[in-house]
Design a protein. Structure first.
Length: 595
């Protein structure tokens, strides 16, 4: 399908730098592009809409709107525009079909009076679609009798869905009048509909039957609840190739349906004073304006703040509260970097997703009825407590060895496990664990906190305590981390797999998404006893650290800005990774900091 006509470029006089406006345009025939102009009153939002629609309409616009021009991708004769401004009052009558319907030609679709008549006519089956006058004459003129519209008709169905009511009609005093039957059982005739309901009904009929290529709407938000704003924006995006809306409303400015937003303000303010004579608009000259493209959420938030700084104190207070809450989030993020808490078992009846993956790998990793599992970095026993929610202790005899390097946490760990259904032990040293005594070693969310020396020691110890050849290491990590940590180097799954393979492990993994991060579980089995010494393993780990640091530096260099919370979080994460690697090389980060 060919992409319909659209505006590629707009030029407005008085704009600083004389830069044109480049609006969003449809990139496919099936999905339109929505542009919005926001800014304070008298900044020129409505003027721009009127100028563009007049130029495209060919109404001697060059004389009235001097200096304004548009560039389009097609012949101007092929463009169908619809501007809400001149026709806005018709929303009050579009839901009533006049008794003078015999004067209206339903085939003349350009006549706005026909839209409700066409819609009404299409609600009848083809077998009933005789002359429109005969259909209307056959309806009994009795205001107490109501009839349902055809809910199978796509427009009827859409209106009923949006307004959450059934659409009916009746004939009264010779006129056909639409009625809403809402969910409370109340029947509301069209004159008593809310302005929001009338606006929505009006827009749907005009867009469906006029089928404009380009739509201009001044203050779409008037009379509409935010829910209906989203509904109508969705409808516009699906049915109009290119739309321009002037608005003050945050719900529209921040809407996901909006493709491009422009903030307009006058850069030269003059005091108003009477000068004696009237000067025609086209002779007054254009005021100087700034037009800024709002490229991200921060830019939009800044624009909203400027819009409501004076005009709406209550909204400003709410905005201040939002900023305050954002500061709290930022502060908590910084606290989490330096004082990350230990994750305990959830209070839910079912185990978490990570535990389900570990359980699946435990079952597939060994066929032994008795399984000995070493939980390296056990914290306060989260893994063990989550496993208790499974039926594993009924199908296998499981013995847990829970190693925690922190003395304080080790004490709490013993208290937590005292209520466990499993057999367990909490060694005071890794040397207390016998060689070849473990079927599985679980390292859950701890390796990113280890220095290369400690990680190398862990891998050597694992190769000793695992029973060869059937023992396995289950490595669980997140990338990126959900929160930055003071000293941490998070490993992508692919990097961790390569690293383990180079140290003589065979690996396979599973992964799933958790809050915009990848949670992965690698099952790694030593091919043979690791024959490399600590220094060689440490050098391999440092090599991969350098690769991770280069990737973080590359992302930092490529970043053009911070658009939202996740951009900000990932930026902190990259800076954290770079700092951690360099802190290790400079000798500041010497050991697992929570030991």
């Amino acid at each position: 399908m060919k992409i319909p006509p659209y505006i590629r470029e707009i030029r407005i006089p008085g704009v600083e730098g004389k830069e044109p406006i480049f609006p969003a345009y449809p990139e496919s025939p099936s999905l339109g592009a929505i542009n919005i102009f926001c800014g304070p009153n008298n900044s020129g939002k409505s003027y721009i809409l009127k100028a563009i629609s007049a130029i495209l309409g060919g109404k001697q616009a060059a004389k009235i709107y001097q200096g304004c021009s548009v560039s389009i991708n097609d012949k101007q004769d092929n463009i169908k525009i619809f501007s809400s401004g001149p026709h806005w009052k018709r929303k009050d009558t579009i839901g009533i079909i006049s008794k003078r319907y015999e004067r209206i030609d339903p085939n003349k679709k350009a006549d706005f009076r026909n839209f409700s008549l066409l819609f009404f006519f299409e609600n009848f089956d083809e077998s009933e679609q005789k002359e429109i006058s005969k259909i209307l004459d056959a309806i009994e003129d009795d205001e107490s009798k109501v009839y349902p519209c055809n809910s199978q008709h796509p427009i009827t169905s859409l209106i009923e869905e949006m307004l959450n009511a059934q659409l009916l009609y009746r004939k009264t005093k010779g006129n056909i009048e639409f009625i809403l039957l809402n969910e409370t059982g109340l029947m509301v005739p069209y004159p008593e509909w809310s302005d929001g309901q009338k606006s929505l009904f009006y827009f749907i009929l005009c867009i469906k039957y006029w089928k404009p290529n380009i739509l201009f709407v001044d203050e779409l938000e008037n009379h509409l609840h935010p829910f209906l704003m989203s509904k109508i924006l969705s409808f516009i995006k699906e049915n109009v190739p290119q739309t321009f809306i002037a608005t003050h409303h945050p719900h529209i400015i921040f809407s996901d349906y909006v493709d491009q937003a422009f903030y307009i303000e006058t850069s030269e303010k003059k005091k108003s004073h009477y000068i004696g004579n009237y000067i025609k608009v086209q002779q007054q000259g254009a005021p100087k304006r700034k037009i800024e493209t709002l490229r991200n959420a921060f830019g939009k938030l800044s624009a909203i703040y400027k819009l409501f700084d004076v005009q709406d104190r209550q909204l400003l207070k709410q905005a201040t509260q939002i900023v305050h809450d954002a500061d709290i989030i930022f502060y908590r993020e910084l606290l989490d970097i330096f004082y990350p808490g230990v994750v305990s078992s959830s209070g839910k009846v079912l185990p978490d997703r990570q535990t389900l993956d570990i359980s699946s790998m435990v079952k597939s990793s060994t066929n032994k009825e008795k399984v000995t599992i070493l939980d390296y970095g056990a914290g306060v026993g989260r893994v063990v407590r989550e496993f208790e929610k499974l039926g594993l202790c009924r199908t296998k005899k499981v013995e847990w060895i829970c190693w925690e390097p922190s003395l304080d946490r080790r004490s709490n760990l013993k208290k937590t496990l005292s209520k466990s259904k499993f057999d367990y032990s909490v060694p005071e040293s890794l040397n207390d664990i016998e060689d070849s005594s473990c079927d599985l070693v679980i390292a859950a969310n701890v390796v990113h906190e280890l220095t290369p020396v400690e990680f190398a020691e862990l891998l050597l110890k694992i190769s000793k305590v695992l029973s060869i050849p059937n023992g396995a290491l289950l490595m669980l990590e997140l990338h990126p981390l959900l929160h930055p940590e003071k000293y941490a180097v998070p490993y992508p799954c692919s990097v961790m797999s390569e690293l383990l393979c180079e140290i003589n492990f065979s690996c396979y993994h599973r992964s799933f998404n958790v809050r915009d991060a990848e949670a992965y579980c690698i099952s790694a089995t030593p091919i043979n006893q690791i024959d490399k010494d600590n220094q060689k393993i440490q050098e391999i780990i440092e090599k991969y650290w350098d690769r991770i640091k280069i990737q973080a530096l590359s992302r930092y260099h490529a970043r053009r800005g911070v658009d939202d919370y996740f951009d900000y979080r990932n930026l902190l994460m990259d800076l954290n990774t770079i700092s951690s690697v360099e802190a290790w090389k400079a000798g500041f980060w010497k050991k697992y900091i929570y030991a």
